[in-house]
Design a protein around this ligand. Structure first.
Ligand code: NAP
Ligand code: MG
Length: 501
């Protein structure tokens, strides 16, 4: 495969070897296999539109094969029967292998997704291995409880059992990290898994599959299927042998998965969906750090983040000052290939997403005031999917620009006058994933944190995550909490046992 990269960058030999190793296959029952019907699709580098690899396209029958393997591994062991401590050792081993191959995995992530190499290497990679280590610890600490009941001579206790075969469907914005968010707790709890990465970014999940084999996981415990939402993802959600689906992606696809579960075996579902998160700057905030934080909240990852601080509310007395500061910061952001040193943000992940984001920007020009940005980048970047950081100022909250999750570098900024008005407007969205608030006044900060309908609130910061802190949505941002001990609930079932004594 010929790869065009910035002239001052050389890919590691191991990364190139993986790219050059021919068409990528499916991991089913501990072996790499082509799709039964031999179909493949291509994954491209969003920085220049070049094909990176051909990847197997899993059909309905391939999904059935993977479910069969996962079921056998679950029912026959040894995975679900081994001690939690032992499962934890496997997870720990996988974390070590991720760290050992972090440079290569980071390069693959940047090739496939486009994000700056520095971000892949220092952000996504350590977060992924830490996630496996955090849940490695939980594997030996899953416990039930004893329940005092009012009926005499009864001893009641609970068992916490794995859900069974779990299907994990993830998006393209943090490909390896999303795989870790789902695989780590699922495996710690003793489930067997089928992972489907997004069609735009399958490479790091596939390389992870090789590390899974190196770590010695028993056959069928982790299966990896590449392919598009339909047929691959849809077949996973509809399969009668799948006990649970964990999904991250758009609200629209989340609804389809819920419907598929309802129409099949009522499998358990958890959904981490979109957002349109409010980020609030009060006049008494440390303005300089609020501007920096708000800028990063929307523009890091080129806005392709479920928690992106895409609706900015600025208290009127500092509105002009903050807007001007945001504009200046946005204009200093360096957009380019993720392999160019000192680049802040990379491309949009695909041509389709680029078109979608540009559609919102074009529509926005007629409905709101364009403060800065608004252009697709040309010149050296014309072959890739690059968009300038873009800010719109608006007065109306019912514009598509303000209501819809754009998933691009587009901020909608508005002024507010009172806490009451702010809370009403911040909550006037179908979403409820996250929120931010910047103020030096403690009681204002906590009042807002309690009033806003969102699963995560950051005070004087934005976008922090940790494997130990639960994360998930209110309203149409989904249900179920990932991370922390809450994620154990997603991947286990509780059984009550009554003993007459
Ligand atoms: P998406 O369709 O929701 O994709 C997420 C995952 O679901 C991918 O693995 C996708 O497969 C799979 N999928 C798609 N249709 C499916 C179906 N019918 N049944 C089962 N799985 C299915 O998101 P997208 O199309 O890539 O992006 C569109 C919009 O979604 C974005 O603009 C953004 O607003 C939102 N989004 C949100 C998040 C988030 O973190 N909350 C992440 C990504 C996107 P394929 O990729 O192979 O199609
Ligand atoms: Mg899609």
């Amino acid at each position: 495969m010929s790869l065009t990269l910035p002239s001052d960058f050389t890919l590691r030999e191991s990364t190139r070897k993986f790219i050059d190793s021919g068409p990528k296959q499916l991991l089913i029952n501990g072996a790499w296999v082509p799709a039964l019907d031999g179909q493949t699709f291509s994954t491209v580098n969003p920085a220049n539109g070049e094909e990176l690899a051909q990847v197997a396209l899993a059909g309905v029958e391939d999904v059935a094969r993977a479910v069969h393997a996962a079921r056998a591994a679950f029912e026959m062991g040894p995975w679900s029967q081994m001690s939690g401590a032992e499962r934890g050792e496997y997870l720990w081993r996988l974390a070590d292998l991720i760290d050992q191959h972090a440079d290569e995995l980071a390069e693959l992530e940047t090739l496939d997704n486009g994000k700056p190499l520095r971000v892949s290497r220092r952000g996504d990679l350590p977060a992924a291995s830490k996630h496996f280590r955090y849940y490695a610890g939980w594997a030996s600490k899953l416990e039930g409880s004893t329940i005092p009941v009012s009926i005499p001579n009864q001893f009641v206790y609970t068992l916490r059992e794995p859900a069974g075969v779990v299907a994990l469907i993830i998006p393209w914005n943090f490909p390896l990290l999303m795989a870790a968010w789902k695989l780590a707790p699922a495996l710690a709890c003793g489930n067997t898994a089928i992972l489907k990465p997004a069609e735009e970014t399958p490479l790091t999940a596939l390389r992870l599959g090789e590390l899974v084999l190196e770590a010695g996981f028993p056959d069928g415990v982790i299966n990896i299927l590449t392919g598009p939402g339909e047929p691959t993802g849809a077949a996973m959600a509809a399969n009668m042998g799948v006990d649970k689906v964990a999904f991250t992606g758009s609200t629209e696809t989340g609804r389809k998965i819920l419907r598929a579960a309802a129409d099949s075996n009522l499998k358990k579902v958890s959904l981490e969906l979109g957002g349109k998160s409010p980020n609030v700057i009060f006049a008494d905030a440390n303005i300089e750090s609020a501007i920096k934080g708000a800028n990063w909240a929307i523009f890091s990852t080129a806005g392709q983040e479920c928690v992106a601080g895409s609706r900015l509310f600025i208290e009127r007395p500092v509105y002009e000052q903050v807007l001007d500061g945001l504009r200046q910061q946005a204009e200093r952001i360096r957009v380019g290939s993720g392999f160019t040193p000192k680049v802040h943000i990379g491309p949009i992940v695909s041509a389709a997403q680029l078109e979608r984001v540009m559609g919102y920007i074009e529509g926005g020009r007629e409905q709101a005031d364009l403060v800065t940005g608004g252009q697709r980048l040309g010149g050296d970047l014309a072959e890739g999917y690059f968009i300038q950081p873009t800010i719109f100022a608006h007065q109306k909250d019912d514009l598509p620009l303000v209501k819809d999750e754009i998933f691009g570098p587009v901020a909608a900024v508005t002024a507010f006058d009172s806490m009451e008005e702010l809370v009403a407007r911040a909550n006037s969205t179908a979403y409820g994933l996250a929120a931010g608030v910047w103020t030096q006044n403690l009681s204002k900060a906590h009042r807002f944190a309690q009033a806003v309908k969102a699963g995560t609130v950051w005070i004087n910061g934005y976008g922090m995550f940790d494997a130990a802190a639960p994360f998930g949505g209110y309203k149409e941002s989904g249900f179920g909490r990932e991370m922390g001990k809450e994620a154990l609930d997603l991947y286990t079932r509780v059984k009550s046992v009554w003993v007459s004594i």
